[in-house]
Design a protein around this ligand. Structure first.
Ligand code: KIV
Length: 258
């Protein structure tokens, strides 16, 4: 087993697991010191490309971003989010996952779904591909508005069943996106692999956020997003100073010229 995955597994019931997204080397380099896991998320479809759905990002685009991220990571586990339509069946999933691992040197891949993709996950794991599960809101299958999951009895049973199934199949952890607090707690207490929450309460074994949201680079109004910084302000101030210095010929001085 991958040593970085082992480190994450050992944290269950002991200490929280810190996970974030990265789409580039520069961000990866900064966050790597603090994180256990860095996800090259397909959220880059909306965050960077302003697409209205994660379905629109292609495998090639994701791979280019992941190659950049790889250069910024030394200690965290790097996970590649398999885009929509790249794991429609077992052989397609394996072919694409192998290509992704070869080209990006990531440690694992993430797939959205439970029972529906049972055979695909089984096949990847049988072929020694490390898989991170993703339940609750699974953006690749959402049409229209996102709604939190696990409020009705049917949903509760379904998500619990899927979590148990993913554990049995051998995923090393499961992302729970916008899963109702009590259900997230129950799942976390009833499976042996870590749960990584996003909008799913403090009861999960770890947390993940989109880095661009947490640093305040985006204008995200999503309920679970806490802005830990306002990087837009910092950029604004720097650019304003640059503009002033250019306008009044204070930059570049001799020191900055050849
Ligand atoms: O694509 C992504 O960034 C994700 C996380 C937010 C879980 O799937």
């Amino acid at each position: 087993m991958n040593a970085k995955i082992n480190r994450i597994l050992k944290k269950k019931n002991k200490t929280k697991i810190v996970c974030l997204t990265a789409y580039s080397k520069n961000i990866a380099e900064i966050i790597d010191y603090h994180t256990d896991l860095v996800l090259v998320g397909d959220s880059l479809a909306s965050v960077l490309y302003n697409y209205n759905s994660t379905r629109k990002i292609t495998l090639n685009m994701m791979i280019e971003h992941a190659k950049s991220v790889r250069q910024g990571i030394t200690k965290s586990l790097m996970v590649f989010d398999m885009p929509y339509n790249t794991y429609k069946n077992k052989s397609m999933a394996l072919k694409n996952a192998k290509r992704v691992i070869k080209e990006t040197k990531c440690d694992a891949v993430k797939l959205e779904g439970g029972l529906k993709i049972k055979k695909i996950i089984q096949h990847l794991i049988k072929n020694k591909i490390n898989v991170l599960g993703h339940l609750g809101i699974t953006p690749q299958s959402v049409r229209g508005k996102f709604r939190s999951k696990g409020k009705t009895d049917i949903e509760k049973r379904q998500i619990m069943r899927d979590a148990k199934l993913l554990e049995e199949l051998g995923v090393f952890a499961i992302v729970l996106e916008c899963v109702e607090t009590k259900l997230a707690k129950k799942i976390t207490e009833n499976i042996n692999v870590p749960t990584i929450g996003i909008g799913s309460s403090v009861n999960c074994d770890g947390q993940i956020l989109v880095t661009d949201d947490l640093i305040g680079l985006t204008n995200s109004k999503i309920r679970f997003v806490k802005k830990f910084s306002n990087i837009q302000n910092t950029i604004n101030k720097a650019v304003k100073k640059f503009k002033y210095d250019v306008k009044y010929k204070k930059y570049p001085t001799k020191k900055y010229s050849y």
